[in-house]
Design a protein around this ligand. Sequence first.
Ligand code: COA
Length: 438
Amino acid sequence: MDWKKIYSDRKCTAEEAVKSIKSGDRVAFAHAVAEPPVLVDAMVANAAAYKNVEVCHMVTLGKGEYSHAEYKDNFRFNGWFTSPSTRKSIEEGHGDFTPVFFHEVPSYIRNGTFAIDVFMVMVSPPDEHGYCCVGVSSDYTMQAIKSAKIVLAEVNDQVPVVYGETFAHVSEFDKIVETSHPLPEIGLPKIGEVELAIGKNCASLIEDGSTLQLGIGAIPDAVLQSLKDKKDLGIHSEMISDGVVDLYEAGVINCSKKGIDNGKMTVTFLMGTKRLYDFAANNPIVEMRTVDYVNHPCVVAQSTKLVCINGCLSVDFMGQVVSDSIGTRQFSGVGGQVDFCRGAAMSLDGKGKNILAMPSVAKKKDGTKISKIVPFLDHGAAVTTSRHDVHYIVTEYGIALLKGKTLKERARALIAIAHPDFREELKVEFEKRFNAKF
Ligand code: COA
């Protein structure tokens, strides 16, 4: 097969490529740092040619213009996760959200539950054999390339080559658009005293030789900053950010005792700065695998001393954890939170721990503080991690172990780590809720 001929025959402009999209199609694209922005912009610019094109993906760091009200006859956003630029469409009623565990997305694509007409992907230039690398996001991308009726590829010479399940042949792309632009960068979130205290509390639950999964947000980074004195840590995580590079360079992370994939940081996508992308490029320690492997609870369960740490928005007295909605407002998605919580609970060595961490209070728009530990969930809030799945809740005030505890024991443990300004009123609520003395 002369791949160079295939490549040059299929090369075209972004404007031509998006003409492959037809009204009524379902279009999906690679997510987070791997989103192909030139193709997405060209699709939006061609909006007048489409009616009712459904647009699906996980996280977006992009503009999300296809989800804006002005395009509601051309595009219908249907998120598997929502982000700042796409959330509003759901509140306005013309956008949608589909709940799905991240590890199930490839099988949904494969079995037609999420049948894709057109998939848009960003890749590195081809190597000497005609293989391009999907770089920073293997997750559902590899399955979508295989299953979509049409694949549009944005070949960006700044996409790093990262090893693992990350290569697709140019013959798998129907249209090829050459671009050159840096990948989006997500710098370290602001880590204040509260986040550092939460990080220290989480770190106290992590033993030497543990395998870590770290979620999105300031807290996972604060945890990493508190692990400088640990030894032989490993990574088996949906995503990693820059903090992992510091610990690897300090010799704290060496992946030597993981139980599976020893010697490798197993991840499904990367989200950080150029420093992380440069670290991952051509680096045999970074192993990108698809999300149906990395996040599958049965795979996660094989890790040694797995500790998974994820953020959450609110927890009720029973330990029901809300992480992806604020009342009826769809804020994000489950992502891999439950995949890892369940994997940790099923751990074959019996040492897995799942931790949901959050500051004890949130600030409302008018500046007033509210407790994130509540007697009852807000009207319309969706439970992300159930009371049956959760092990630990951590705030800046301490650690509440919920696993194996009664409802009253859970509520007492949670009130003990609530913000002191709210503890008295929570105790009163406890007595009403349980018809018992605190
Ligand atoms: N009630 C009302 N508003 C609340 C709230 C509550 N109980 N808790 C938080 N908020 C507000 C905050 O004030 C903040 O508002 P702002 O954007 O106006 O500043 C906003 O909600 C986000 O809260 P924050 O604590 O800053 O969130 P974060 O960026 O640290 O992310 C999650 C936390 C839970 C949203 C995020 O981790 C998530 O989406 N998790 C689900 C998916 C997941 O865990 N995947 C894991 C594998 S990657």
